[in-house]
Design a binder for this molecule. Structure first.
Ligand SMILES: C[S@@+](CC[C@H](N)C(=O)[O-])C[C@H]1O[C@@H](n2cnc3c(N)ncnc32)[C@H](O)[C@@H]1O
Length: 311
């Protein structure tokens, strides 16, 4: 079904290539991820397909109707970087309508069996892997949804899950908010055999992809997948996983909703944050809500926070 979902959608996709000088590349790549691009392919002097000049190429798949908005956002970012004295010129971009087969090939080329943390192994549905007895397997076909485990924001949540499993009692109920492919809900089910798990996303495509992946992993009876939004989360949970974005996690109504949904021993994992954003959010969640910081980790400029209900 995933194949069908993106064959339908792919007709509206464009492959967009942005070319920027090296000093601006990381900021532009981060912005593209923040704007929701499922994967940013980077080509520079160190990759196999190096660009013709010494600029960095950032390639993403975008809905055709979003291309202009992305270009405007990047131009705004470049203008502020320019004011700060960062080298941003020459900047160029080009867009190409998608051919469904090349879209499929593109993401398959970049997604292989990967070990994450101590025990998780993420395996694309088309790849092979002979698991070790201690491996916690997650089989995925990401389709059009975010969450292959390659992005630091996902890995950081998986590290936090392993830490919670080592140091804390088994959570009774877990919600994966902004579940994308369902990777974190599946990882949760692999770690704990008895907790109830809900996976929620506000994007119907992600919901369809997550359902399919959860079924692929034989977990349909353990994980309840729903379409819904962080703003309207219902229920009570001992663990809330929220790999969303600063934009969503800094909204006051989302903050009070998330904190209010935790039970007495509740823990909240916030991810999808750049370093400075994480600092600011940590202050907001611990100053205004009854939470305290427990642990935090950074990778490739991305930071995740583990907060718990104040004792
Ligand atoms: C960065 S992806 C995370 C995917 C996956 N959980 C992972 O860790 O790789 C964020 C997901 O949150 C969803 N999302 C964004 N805003 C949301 C909101 N307000 N409520 C629920 N889901 C949201 C997006 O559709 C996307 O699938």
């Amino acid at each position: 079904m995933t194949q069908r979902v993106f064959t339908v959608l792919v007709t509206d996709l464009a492959q967009v290539t942005f070319r920027v000088p090296q000093p601006a590349a990381e900021a532009v790549s981060n912005l593209l991820t923040e704007l929701g691009s499922g994967g940013v392919e980077q080509r520079d002097g160190e990759t196999l397909d190096a660009p013709a000049d010494d600029r960095v190429e950032l390639r993403v798949w975008l809905p055709s109707s979003d291309v202009e908005g992305h270009v405007k956002a990047i131009k705004r970012l470049l203008a502020s970087l320019r004011e700060m004295g960062v080298e941003v010129d020459p900047f160029a971009w080009e867009s190409e309508e998608a051919d469904p087969d090349s879209w499929v090939d593109a993401y398959k080329r970049h997604f292989h069996v990967a070990r994450i943390g101590r025990r998780f192994v993420v395996k694309p549905s088309w790849d092979q892997h002979a698991p070790e007895p201690s491996d916690l397997m997650i089989e995925l076909d990401p389709g059009m949804a975010f969450g292959t485990g390659l992005h630091a924001s996902t890995k950081l949540v998986m590290h936090a899950l392993e830490r919670i499993a080592r140091l804390c009692p088994t959570p009774q109920s877990v919600v994966d908010l902004g579940c994308g492919t369902g990777i974190l809900a599946i990882a949760t089910a692999r770690l704990w055999q008895v907790c109830t798990i809900v996976a929620i996303d506000n994007d119907p495509i992600a919901v369809a992809v997550a359902r399919e992946n959860i079924e692929r992993n034989g977990l349909s009876d353990r994980i309840d997948v729903r379409e819904g939004s962080a703003e309207h989360l219902e229920g009570r949970y001992s663990l809330v996983l929220a790999n969303l974005s600063y934009d969503v996690l800094s909204r006051p109504n989302v903050q009070t909703t998330l904190a209010g949904r935790l039970d007495d021993f509740g823990r909240l994992v916030l991810s999808g944050l750049l370093g400075e954003q994480a600092k600011e959010l940590s202050l907001q969640y611990t100053r205004d809500l009854s939470l305290e910081p427990e642990y935090s980790e950074e990778e490739s400029g991305w930071r995740a926070l583990l907060l718990r209900v104040r004792a």
